[in-house]
Design a protein around this ligand. Structure first.
Ligand SMILES: Cc1cc2nc3c(=O)[nH]c(=O)nc-3n(C[C@H](O)[C@H](O)[C@H](O)COP(=O)(O)O)c2cc1C
Length: 186
């Protein structure tokens, strides 16, 4: 069974990010893959303290005993990782950034070990003007992260939706989210 992990960086359980994830998962569920969704806002994920306990101990986990330590083994065993976030102040949400910072713990003694994954991305923003929304900053950061992880970028879906319910009305965005699920299912 191919393992797909989906990380939702929105604070709104019924928000646009959740709707787009659901649409993506609809395509994944039509295939033989299994998707697990993590709502980061409900999890305890503290900020990376750059203490290097992880590296000094070759631990592949963190000295801070919070929810991140359950995620490290799952991440290492996964095949596909989906990063889904609203744009907050011209980048990914704080919830998503905390999660990404804590991926630092996956530096082993011989280098970074969270590699060779397929990475898919979903980003949603309120501004109708893509260049004003700040999404390009988030895309740049995620592309750099994927490169650092020696992983494959299998698709970045993004579009405009502001209020709860707006994503469903953006039919083009919904169909691209479904299409991303189809790509994950290949
Ligand atoms: C604190 C905050 C900051 C935001 N910053 C931006 C922004 O920089 N650019 C933008 O286009 N939309 C911005 N938005 C709008 C959200 O990205 C948009 O409403 C999105 O659909 C929220 O996703 P959600 O429904 O999954 O929570 C911001 C919203 C909040 C609450």
């Amino acid at each position: 069974m191919t393992k797909v992990l989906i990380f939702n960086g929105s604070p709104r359980k019924k928000g646009n990010t959740s709707v787009l994830i659901k649409e993506c998962v609809r395509a994944i569920n039509d295939s033989s893959k299994e998707a697990e969704i993590f709502f980061l806002n409900d999890m305890t994920i503290k900020s990376c303290q750059f203490c290097d306990w992880c590296i000094k101990n070759n631990a592949l986990s963190c000295v801070q005993k919070d929810d991140m330590n359950n995620l490290y083994p799952k991440l290492l065993e996964s095949d596909v990782i989906v990063l889904a976030s609203p744009i907050f102040w011209f980048s990914v949400s704080a919830q998503m950034k905390l999660f990404i910072d804590r991926l630092y713990a996956l530096h082993g003694k011989d280098g970074y070990v969270l590699t060779q994954k397929k990475i898919a991305t979903i980003l949603v923003y309120g501004d109708s003007n893509v260049d004003r929304s700040g999404v390009n900053n988030a895309i740049g950061s995620i592309e750099d992260l994927i490169r650092y992880m020696k992983s494959e970028n299998i698709g970045i879906v993004h579009g405009t939706a502001y209020k709860i319910g707006d994503a469903e009305k953006n039919k083009e965005l919904m169909s691209r989210a479904y299409e991303l699920g189809s790509i994950i299912s290949k």
